[in-house]
Design a protein around this ligand. Sequence first.
Ligand SMILES: Cc1cc2nc3c(=O)[nH]c(=O)nc-3n(C[C@H](O)[C@H](O)[C@H](O)COP(=O)(O)O)c2cc1C
Length: 215
Amino acid sequence: MGLKIFMKKFSAILFFFLAFFVVSLAQTSAQDTARRTAQTEDQNGPPKLIATGRFGKNLIIYFSQTGNTEKLAQTMKQVTGGDLIKIETQEKLPDNEKELIEMTTNLKKAGTNIKVKTPHPDVSGYDFIFVGSPVWFGDVAEPTAAFLVGMDFMGKKVIAFGTSGSGPGQAYDHLTKILTNAQVLEGGQIFTRRMMQSPGLEEEVSAWLLNMTLE
Ligand SMILES: Cc1cc2nc3c(=O)[nH]c(=O)nc-3n(C[C@H](O)[C@H](O)[C@H](O)COP(=O)(O)O)c2cc1C
């Protein structure tokens, strides 16, 4: 009889501990799921920094042959809500960097200029204009420079930007000089192409545009 009572009590205690263990396990798993969901929403949610409105009606003109300046320009469009214009060459150039360097080197040697087919846009309705170029041979890429010949920025506020493999050389300074009749703002920048691979690109571009002095 004594043994029976002991067994009953023991079973009750065992049952209590088992129940407690199962409930704790379920709670931990629910917390983990909630945490994972929050992280996913954080990663996929709207960008934390946006500069929409800061640049009013704006235009982003750029040249890009291997995609880096294009990625930057598209990210700027996402951040500012601007219009995009890509400068296109008359002859198709290779997208592969090695072939492109070879071809442009040969054209240089032969004294042949790269021509562009993109017409000059009417910039009169824009508050801000961004002009972007890759760095080629330490200078503004030839198609960007070719496009800018005869382009009149009509006293508009213009921001120069671009991408390079390792550094701007004289590309940034030269670009700001060939923006005819522009009020060139100081916050322009040539970024390294490495930054274009950064998962935080949108935030970095937002921070750059939000911190820029607009006078
Ligand atoms: C013809 C050519 C010349 C280049 N010359 C330079 C250079 O002098 N300095 C540099 O840092 N990067 C140089 N680069 C690398 C580019 O500036 C860099 O990859 C840039 O992000 C390319 O822009 P895109 O992808 O928009 O065309 C050169 C690339 C090419 C194709």
